[in-house]
Design a protein around this ligand. Sequence first.
Ligand code: ZN
Length: 254
Amino acid sequence: MTPLPGVGTPHPGPVLGPDSVPVAGDRRRHPAPAHLVFFHGPMDCGKSTLALQVDHNQSRQGRHGLLLTQGDRSGAPQISSRVGLRRDAVELAEETDVRLLVRDRWAGGHRVDYLIVDEAQFLTGAQVEQLAELVDESHVDVYAFGLTTDFRTRLFTGTARLFELADDVQRVQVEVLCWCGLPGLLNARVVGGAMVREGATVVVADTGPAEPGSGEGAVPDGGVPVRYQVLCRRHHARGQLGPTPTGPGQLALP
Ligand SMILES: [Zn+2]
């Protein structure tokens, strides 16, 4: 397995092997520095898969994690990936205090050594600060995963605060390409076949699970289908969704 930089590797400091992860008692006597790590990228870049892989790696070391997500409307919140992995997660609301969530777990006798936070772009600034406090004061490692920018190419709120506070910020190796073959870095919102640049940051289908069929887009109240497409910077700027020689606003896609 390819080592993930910044994952399980305290910095600055020596690289610790799996056997050197201290047990809870030792952690209190010699608190190892915990870290807030943020992985970000465009849609469909494999963030949730990476989140589950980090969780797997951590749990194999005997550590206990708590998985958090947001915007999951299923009623049974999960972190799921396109390769079929899924794990139950706790749904965060905007008003959730993550510190209290973790302390409740501790009060219930459960260990929480690390947090996996998916859809971290939707965190409030206050919640990112709560995560940083858990890292610094309670030595809980936090691995957050989220989108970089919204369809207007602006940083999401949670993403911006994570950029400001995280110990380590890493762009997820992009697997998704623009239709032209260049790496896709930006998310385009497509309404009724045309790219739009204005509107609410979050609409239905923003965080739908990336499964077969989800690319069809959701149909919000207005009745016009909304979908998202990853583009390179140039084609995002041009609003060009495909190789057809039509300009913005007259895109005829199959
Ligand atoms: Zn392109």
